[in-house]
Ligand binder design. Structure first.
Ligand SMILES: Nc1ncnc2c1ncn2[C@@H]1O[C@H](COP(=O)(O)OP(=O)(O)OP(=O)(O)O)[C@@H](O)[C@H]1O
Length: 519
């Protein structure tokens, strides 16, 4: 390869409705390197990479590939230059299968065996390619599986397979490890580093300083739409990287012991109807008032299904879900859930938590429509709604809100999460159900969310945190349950042994259950 620079963005500016999201940003990724892109929520990382991936056109500045200026007319065009981006919010078409989704992303290449013959033959040929690529990357993926039933981590693997099978040599990953466990993240980052070492270029957008230190050859830090520095991660300490990114050190989060009360939520023998991949296979746990119960596990072991059942989303299953003082929680309507002050923060914030087409204020107020706090649907007390939404935006540090009438879909990933949390915490919850709470949040925002969850616990709420990020579970939970093959196979009290948790996460579920029974 003659050019050293794979991708070069120079002097890039981009505004949205008069707001400068990017201002003369410069970024260069070289062939053979993993280049990390750091920055607080809303700094402009995704916008800059969306320009590299052909999704947005810059207002000024230039884009060079292999030192040649190019103008991208869209993502298809970027794919012609062998640029592939895996976004924070996956773009899979459901309920298509894994192979059908990957087929949709492939460029038309006459002569490629994938594109000759009937649709069925093409799919079969592609399925073989998917299996081979998945095995090479260490991904357990069934090409014939419907993408409807995939966990967030599995969807991400499909997205990565999609761009690699489409021939990407410049691979942009937007917060790929946010949804993965330690082992999965480690494996993925080793895989992408090996990919870079074979001559490709990898851009890693991340909030995880440890990923940067361990896997990046260079790092560029963004702040307020500008790229402020590019450096060798080995030349700086983690606190220094944090300071460069968010402007101050991450607040220390001291663990304080809980004083748990009565059992508030009892889950007994929850089982998915029909079984299958990721199915619930007898989940039993009890959650007390005034404690944080953390569920750790490798993604795809039933966490999403459990979160769905708990949060009242459609999920056919049997078993008991008893809320103290109410009874069968599965019979509760969404209004009753609101009246019961149950806060639900799902992992898929755009799919289920927010209505992207509605405004920031409407998304904030939607939970209170039935209570009449903001009047009725036809006679909205808009002033009150907007005043309280404005307070929440400030209180929860939701950035990038130019107007409360702005569509929620236009918030950056981390700020969208902050809006969901602001809404769900606005009613002094007695039960908090949350899946991957700090996914996509920068260091400061994630410390703030953890502080909120602890404050809710200290105010007497029962808090259930499901997270594929073991650091997060270890930081937050008073008790930890490990989910493996659709059930809780081991429980740990604080201080928990990370190694033992890791073993239960990946071990044979039956063996781990036996160990638990003998404890
Ligand atoms: N299509 C759009 N329309 C309007 N505003 C947008 C659009 N895309 C991004 N923005 C705004 O541009 C700013 C930068 O957003 P961007 O998603 O690039 O940040 P980010 O650094 O990737 O943040 P995060 O870490 O939260 O994902 C934000 O204020 C966001 O609200």
């Amino acid at each position: 390869m003659s050019a050293q620079n794979a991708l070069q963005l120079s002097g890039i500016s981009k505004s949205f409705d008069g707001f400068m999201a990017l201002s003369h940003a410069d970024f260069t990724a070289r062939w053979g390197e993993v280049h990390a892109l750091l920055g607080e929520n809303g700094a402009g990382k995704s916008s800059l990479m969306n320009i590299a991936a052909g999704l947005y056109a810059p207002e000024s500045g230039s884009l060079l590939i292999d030192d040649n200026p190019v103008r991208l007319s869209g993502p298809r065009d970027a794919s012609r230059y062998r640029i592939g981006m895996v976004h924070q919010h996956f773009k899979l078409v459901k309920p298509f299968t894994v192979a059908e989704n990957i087929l949709l992303g492939l460029p038309e290449q006459p002569g490629n065996s994938t594109f000759t013959g009937s649709h069925r033959q093409r799919l079969r040929a592609l399925e073989a390619q998917i299996r081979a690529k998945a095995a090479q990357l260490g991904f357990a993926i069934d090409p014939g599986q419907s993408t409807d039933s995939l966990s967030v981590a599995e969807q991400q693997r499909v997205e990565i397979l999609k761009v690699l099978l489409a021939g990407a040599r410049i691979l942009i990953l937007d917060e790929p490890t946010a949804v993965l466990t330690d082992q999965e993240a480690e494996r993925l980052l080793e895989t992408v580093r090996a990919f870079a070492r074979q001559g490709a270029a990898v851009v890693l957008v991340t909030h995880k300083m440890s990923d940067v230190k361990r896997f990046a050859d260079r790092v560029t830090v963004m702040r307020g739409g500008r790229t402020i520095q590019t450096l060798d991660p080995q030349s700086v300490s983690v606190p220094e990287l944090v300071r460069l990114t968010v402007g101050e050190s991450a607040p220390a989060s001291e663990y304080q012991p809980a004083t748990p009360g009565e059992v508030r939520l009892q889950v007994r023998d929850l089982r998915s109807r029909g079984g299958g991949h990721g199915a619930l296979n007898g989940v039993t746990l009890s959650l007390r008032a005034g404690e944080i119960y953390g569920i750790a596990g490798v993604g795809g072991n039933g966490q999403s299904e459990l979160a769905n059942v708990l949060m009242g989303l459609p999920e056919p299953c049997e078993g008991e879900l008893e809320l103290a003082g109410f009874g069968d929680l599965r019979r509760a309507s969404s209004e009753q859930r609101r009246e019961l002050r149950i806060a639900a923060i799902p992992a898929d914030r755009y799919g289920t938590a927010l209505a992207g087409e509605l405004s920031v204020a409407e998304n904030f107020g939607v939970g209170q429509i039935h209570s009449g706090r903001y009047g009725s649907f036809f006679n909205l007390r808009r002033k009150r709604l907007e005043r309280e939404a404005a307070e929440a935006v400030v209180g929860f540090d939701v950035q990038g809100v130019r107007s409360l009438k702005q569509k929620a879909a236009l918030l950056s990933g981390g700020n969208a999460q902050k809006l969901v949390i602001a809404r769900e915490f606005s009613r002094d919850p007695q039960l908090v159900l949350v899946h991957s709470p700090s996914r996509g949040l920068d260091v400061r925002a994630s410390a703030a969310v953890h502080a909120r969850l602890r404050a809710a616990r200290d105010a007497g709420a029962a808090v259930l945190v499901i997270s594929e990020d073991l650091d997060e579970v270890l930081a937050l939970a008073d008790r930890i349950g490990v989910m493996n093959s659709g059930r809780i196979v081991a429980e740990f009290e604080r201080p928990a042994d990370r190694q033992a948790i890791g073993k239960a996460m990946v071990g044979h579920a039956g063996a781990a259950m036996n160990e638990m029974n003998h404890e």
